[in-house]
Design a protein. Sequence first.
Length: 97
Amino acid sequence: MATYIVFGNFTEQGIRNAKDSPKRKEAFKEMAKKLGVTVKDVYWTLGQYDIVLILEAQDDMAAAELGLSLGRLGNVRTQTMRAFGSAEVIKLLDKMA
């Protein structure tokens, strides 16, 4: 499984309904599950981003489908990064020419 870190910011709609955010988290986890993505952690944050998600997915397509499905709801805008754990980086570095 690949790991993804997702940074999110509330839209105007999302901030107006911020009190519903914990409920939306549960709905998001169900959406992710249906797409074969596991939500490892959800954090509400201070600073540049309002939310940070840690996900695991089979591939980039599943992660992208989840991101688009989430964005379509209109509560957050996201940026997604693929993250590599130590074992993956070692494997990658071992393959370098």
